[in-house]
Design a protein around this ligand. Structure first.
Ligand code: GLC
Length: 740
């Protein structure tokens, strides 16, 4: 349809019908047997039959047959036969599940993420979906927060590259094209800053920090033309995001130029009452409309109050028209007025979804997401050795994360299944060794309290069998980690430990066998001081997705040389949080090796994380030359090339992530001690050497100043090029601005 036709349609719609477009319900309201997932607080909604008849979109239901039935039935009743939008949380894959985003970020490979998003879009679109609530572009610094799992990490630049790539993967150049869907950037804004890492908690940031660190990744996604943005649950400057005009109109719409659809998070408009910002639903409706929120997700706040507000002259119908036109425009960008079913195709759904090609990509992506944290010469595995697999993740299929709501764990390949394909059965044994969690650990899942009781006698039996197997083995592989429901939404943890019942297993095994390789499953950085001391090797595999088992065995056997780099720092312990590499110096920086009292440091732990951002080992070693600059002076009209030579000094081919960091030594506001400004993945055969060059230009030096302007300032800069954020391989650059 042309824009004029959309405007004509809008003119012809009744007020009630327009407001219907601003209501989003779960699919269960339309088909009892619909395959739906409840992802937010279920409220008594006060939804009426007419609301259902005119609702503009649904979430949480998928399946070509189901959605085609819903669409057909709905459009027959809809007064202008306007098609519905179908939306779903396809966070890191639809049925073929890719690594959880924190892991995908560790691949330092936005192009890979784009490919994964394109596959997710294809599987989602043939399943009848039009919009995916992804990527989450929230910056994260607090591993207590369960949703760090859904982020690509602690760095604004890396997150921005990934947000841009994923939007492109989901939407392509035109979301109306086959196998493309609308991408939704979330959660706007700064949801990852929740105080104390407690989900839905207050976010207390200076505007400077909000703009300098938290907003850039959303902006990157919006610049990539994301069709939708979702509000966050938290307050910003004391006002809930979903009713925050400054955030949504001044920043999102005006400054960032976002002209797509703004949807609230699940019941977030209603929750502004609980925040103490809206007096009641009517007040919430008014404030959210004034903030420019177009769709009310899963409450009756808009449906039950906007009509009255217009009739009472509290809001203008024109405000509603503005929202509804954006919703109609999105439906139009997707081509739904011409074809309301878009790519829904039950036959293709059977052949496209989880096809071998998609599984291969999932296996590749998983292997690239793994981070080798420690390796005292025990990996890659010597397959001639006797190997015991001991740990609750040995044969556990729950490896796709708590946000892979459309995925099936039954499709997953476990470590044991993969190991049996490559290791001989004579010399290899498999034991869970312990339950995943202590009996007393209460986990509340989507459907209520997750039972996981294992009797003491059974636990003793599991332990005894495991220890006996460990005694017989040359090497013990221990797949340990968080329960998948210990991370994700509403899964904050004050203690970020590997479950104690598993640590007991590790200690008992270590008493009889010191050759331990821990394969760590987690949705967050964990406190792994003891584990890391005890094991000879530690491979972080996050929640690796459908092909997790195969990918892990590819890496353990050396078929794939690990190349992942931490996208989020592993704190020394939970007391160190928030810890992030791009911190400010402070006036009393701790001086390494100096025992001075009056310094910014702890008495009982180091300042440095256990494993820093950008860190990850390989089965080979690399040498990087000192940084060489094409010039020691950069001007605003020129560029400087910063280069290193990197050599593979080991025996295995590998891929290294060469990272570029800068520091503005003195500026009108303090600048981080390091800021990631670029990275390049370099493949090297044993003995091979390559030159890696980064082009340094003035825009890279820009930052947000105290007066709100963004610009660069003359002076001295440090440029680091290395293999992680602790690199000391540095050159000094002088920036002088010719343009006065
Ligand atoms: C949830 C999440 C959001 C998700 C939405 C719809 O509460 O916060 O990320 O997209 O509801 O399921």
């Amino acid at each position: 349809m042309k824009k004029e036709e959309l405007k004509e349609l809008l003119k012809d719609m009744s007020l009630k019908e327009k407001i219907g477009q601003m209501l989003q319900l779960m699919g269960v309201f339309f088909l009892e047997d619909a395959d739906s997932v409840l992802t937010g607080p279920w409220q008594s909604l006060g939804i009426e039959e007419e609301d259902i008849r005119t609702a503009g979109s649904i979430l949480g239901t998928y399946g070509a047959d189901t959605l085609m039935k819903i669409q057909k039935a709905y459009m027959e009743k809809q007064p202008h036969h306007i098609p519905m939008l179908f939306m779903m949380d396809v966070i890191h894959g639809m049925k073929t599940i890719f690594p959880a985003p924190l892991g995908l970020g560790a691949a330092f490979d936005p192009e890979l993420a784009e490919r994964c998003a394109a596959v997710a879009a294809k599987e989602a679109s043939v399943s009848g979906l039009h919009v995916v609530f992804s990527p989450m572009a929230d910056l994260v610094r607090d591993a207590r927060w369960g949703r760090v799992m859904e982020s690509t990490g602690e760095d604004p630049y890396l997150n921005g590259r990934y947000a841009q790539a994923q939007v492109k993967g989901f939407q392509g150049e035109d979301m109306g094209q086959p196998y493309k869907v609308c991408s939704c950037i979330k959660h706007f804004a700064a949801y990852g800053g929740a105080e104390a890492g407690r989900d839905y908690n207050t976010v207390e940031l200076s505007e400077h920090t909000l703009r300098d660190f938290y907003l850039p990744a959303y902006k990157a996604g919006i610049d990539a033309k994301a069709g939708m943005v979702m509000t966050s649950f938290n307050t910003v400057n004391g006002i809930p995001a979903s009713t925050n005009r400054w955030l949504m109109r001044d920043i999102l719409r005006e400054e960032m130029g976002f002209d797509g659809v703004l949807i609230s998070d699940f019941s977030a408009i209603m929750e502004t009452i609980a925040h103490g910002y809206s007096a009641d639903e009517k007040d919430a409706a008014k404030k959210a409309l004034e903030a420019g929120v177009d769709i009310d997700m899963m409450t009756g706040v808009y449906a039950g109050n906007l009509c009255k507000l217009v009739e009472e002259g509290e809001v203008e119908e024109a405000q509603i028209d503005e929202c509804v036109l954006r919703i109609l425009e999105l439906k139009n960008r997707l081509g739904l007025f011409e074809n309301p079913y878009k790519d829904a195709d039950p036959k293709k759904e059977k052949t496209v979804v989880l096809c071998e090609e998609h599984r291969r990509l999932a296996r590749e992506a998983a292997a690239k997401s793994f981070v080798l944290l420690k390796n005292e010469g025990i990996l890659p595995l010597d397959a001639t050795k006797k190997i015991a697999f001991i740990g609750p993740y040995t044969n556990n299929k729950e490896i796709i994360s708590s946000w892979a709501v459309t995925g099936n764990v039954s499709d997953c390949v476990t470590m044991e299944e993969a190991a049996r394909e490559v290791l001989d059965t004579v010399h290899t044994t498999y034991h869970a060794g312990s339950p995943m969690l202590e009996n007393e650990y209460e986990l509340i899942g989507f459907g209520g309290i997750l039972a996981h009781d294992v009797s003491e006698a059974e636990q003793q039996k599991m332990l005894a069998e495991a220890v006996a197997a460990a005694k017989e083995a040359d090497i013990v592989i221990m797949p340990l980690g968080e329960h998948y429901q210990q991370s994700g939404e509403a899964s904050s943890r004050a203690m970020i430990d590997v479950p104690e019942v598993q640590m007991r297993l590790l200690r008992e095994v270590a008493k009889v066998n010191e050759n331990i390789v821990v394969v760590l499953f987690s949705g967050r950085p964990l406190d792994i001081r003891e584990l890391s001391r005890t094991a000879k090797a530690v491979l972080e595999v996050w929640f690796p997705g459908t092909e997790g088992g195969h990918a892990i065995m590819d890496v353990l056997t050396g078929k794939v040389n690990p190349s992942g780099k931490l996208s989020m720092s592993f704190p020394y312990c939970v007391g160190q949080i928030p810890v992030h590499y791009d911190a400010y110096s402070t006036g009393r920086p701790d001086l390494e090796g100096k025992k001075e009292k009056f310094r910014s440091k702890y008495q009982d732990i180091p300042n440095e994380p256990l494993y820093p951002f950008g860190y990850g080992l390989s089965y080979t070693t690399y040498e990087i030359s000192p940084v060489s600059l094409s010039s020691e002076v950069l001007t605003d009209e020129g560029l400087v090339e910063a280069s290193v030579k990197i050599k593979n000094t080991g025996k295995a081919a590998g891929t290294e992530v060469v990272q570029l960091y800068i520091q503005d030594i003195t500026a009108s506001v303090v600048r981080p001690v390091k800021e990631l400004k670029g990275f390049q993945k370099v493949e090297l055969a044993p003995g091979e050497e390559k030159s890696v060059t980064f082009v340094i230009e003035e825009p890279m030096l820009r930052f947000l100043r105290a007066d709100g302007t963004v610009g660069s300032e003359e002076g001295k800069f440090h440029l680091w090029i290395g293999c992680d954020s602790m690199t000391e391989n540095m050159a000094e650059l002088q920036y002088s601005c010719k343009r006065k």
